[in-house]
Design a protein around this ligand. Structure first.
Ligand code: CP
Length: 321
């Protein structure tokens, strides 16, 4: 198991199918506390530090909720601006981590720079969990997305999955596609040409002999897919093309879903809003296809699993220690 006691969670690139199945198993066994709104005492006395250098609603609060559901406690910047980690005379990320590791038993970090979580892990003596580094990776997001598919479809194999939107610079999408590369589903990659996955992702898919098809429009694939995963357009990496790409960007409405399978699930990492409105129209929310708020709940379960594993409170099989 790659993710066990003392491990860092920096990327999904190095996870095996067995690793992912074990995380799913632990999430399933601990997740009933989320369903019943109760708490466990597996991490009583342990502290999680949240170092968020970028804004977040879900990642930060769900890690905090997960830690508290496991009986642990949380500390963190109210805002990085109010700490010594940013500003004119900011101390280095490494010095911030060397300080915070004495206050907490694990650290979750979100940072605008690619590789920041790895830098933190290189100096930390406690596990570091990457809550998103630049446009690189957001592993707990990719894993909760995979868990959502598994919960809703009962498998990660034999499905047709559309990944829709900014595949180039959405870190959660990178974490998801590397996770899915361990399974045997067919991928439809739907985006404007400039927002396609880079060569490294496609090389991984080819190496794993995973079938994928690139499309420009959701209409081309809507009737075939079991899962439609939509993400937002990132400003990072699009430069002056941002406004144009925003106008061309795929948007999901009841009309878009006409002709879809009855049991299609529609997912989104959220937030789903941008300068032009909602990427998934709110009328879709009332359909049985909408699973984006279920993802939020599953996210707490997966983050409970990751915390319990890296802090050594459960074995990969889900047995509490
Ligand atoms: N999906 C996600 O990472 O949401 P937040 O930015 O709110 O954490």
């Amino acid at each position: 198991m790659t993710i066990g006691r003392g491990a860092d969670v920096l990327t999904t690139e190095d996870l095996s199918r067995r690793d992912i199945e074990q995380i799913i198993g632990v999430a399933d066994s601990l997740g009933s506390a989320v369903e019943t709104r109760t708490s466990l005492d597996l991490l009583a006395g342990k502290i999680l530090a949240t170092l968020f250098f970028q804004s977040s609603t879900r990642t930060r609060l769900s890690f905090e909720s997960a830690m508290q559901r496991l009986g642990g406690s949380v500390l963190g910047f109210a805002d990085a601006q109010s700490s010594r980690a940013t500003g004119e005379r900011a101390e280095s990320l490494e010095d911030t981590v060397r300080t915070v590791e004495h206050y907490a038993d694990a650290i979750v970090i979100r940072h605008p720079a690619q590789g920041a979580a790895k830098r933190a892990a290189e100096v930390a003596s406690v596990p570091v969990l990457n809550g998103g580094d630049g446009t690189n990776q957001h592993p707990s997001q990719g894993l909760l997305d995979a868990y959502t598919i598994w919960r809703e479809k009962g498998t990660l194999d034999g499905l047709s999955i559309a990944l829709v939107g900014d595949l180039k610079s959405t870190r959660g999408m990178h974490s998801l596609v590397y996770t899915l590369s361990n399974f045997r589903s067919r991928l439809f990659l739907v985006s404007p040409p400039e927002l396609r996955f880079g060569d490294a992702v496609k090389a991984r898919l080819r190496q794993r002999d995973l079938k994928f098809h690139e499309a420009r429009s959701v209409d081309e694939v809507v009737s075939e897919v079991d899962v439609m995963y939509v993400t937002r357009l990132n400003k990072e990496g699009t430069g002056s093309a941002y406004e144009r790409l925003l106008r061309e960007y795929p948007r999901i409405t009841l009309d878009t879903l006409r002709g879809c399978k009855d049991d299609l699930i529609v997912m989104h990492d959220l937030p789903r809003s941008d300068e032009l409105g909602l990427q998934i129209d709110s009328l879709v929310d009332a359909t049985p296809h909408a699973k984006y708020f279920s993802e939020v709940k599953y996210g707490v379960m997966v983050r409970m699993a990751l915390l319990a594993l890296v802090l050594g409170a459960v074995e990969p099989g889900g047995e509490c220690l």
